[in-house]
Design a protein around this ligand. Structure first.
Ligand code: DAT
Ligand code: MG
Length: 152
């Protein structure tokens, strides 16, 4: 077993379209545990840090202005292989390539408004979680995790 933590963002399009509940519901139904969560507006500095790997891409400016354009919901999600598992639920970057049943295929139309972010590796998750949360903001779900492990 590999219990992992990952960063999930309901981006500003998800908040403004009222899809936060649907997105969280899909994560919870999978059995993932919310460890931390906050509604916040990202500043440019943290947005550029979060998307640093894309800094030389032509869409970087649009990406930063979009992610800072309105409130987002940031979450730390925990579960078995949560990094890959959440990416599976989120679907491919371009909603047109995403499998039906994933968040992006079911709720999004374009790559620039694809609703959700999920870290792409354990290393990215650690780096990205530190941008959004202090260690003290992570709440223990030890008992729920133990119950989940016992039942599975
Ligand atoms: P993902 O969000 O699936 O991890 P990514 O890390 O490659 O995808 O890109 C980060 C975000 O940047 C992505 O969610 C939407 C945007 N993006 C990626 N490729 C793009 C492109 N070719 N044109 C416009 N926006 C793009
Ligand atoms: Mg990515």
């Amino acid at each position: 077993m590999a219990i992992e933590r990952t960063l999930i963002l309901c981006k500003p399009d998800a908040v403004s379209r009222g899809l936060v509940g649907d997105i969280i519901s899909r994560l919870e139904r999978r059995g993932y545990l919310l460890i931390a969560m906050k509604l916040m507006q990202l500043d440019g500095e943290r947005a550029r840090a979060h998307y640093a790997e894309h800094k030389d891409r032509p869409f970087f400016g649009d990406l930063v202005s979009f992610i800072t354009s309105g409130p987002l919901v940031a979450m730390c999600v925990e579960g078995e292989s949560a990094v890959d598992g959440c990416r599976q639920l989120i679907g491919a970057t371009n909603p047109l390539s995403a499998d039906v049943g994933t968040i992006r295929a079911d709720f999004a139309q374009t790559i620039g408004r694809n609703l959700v972010h999920g870290s792409d590796s354990k290393a990215s998750a650690e780096r990205e979680l530190a941008i959004f949360f202090d260690a003290s903001e992570h709440v223990s779900r030890k008992h729920d995790l133990e119950r989940w492990l016992k039942d599975s």
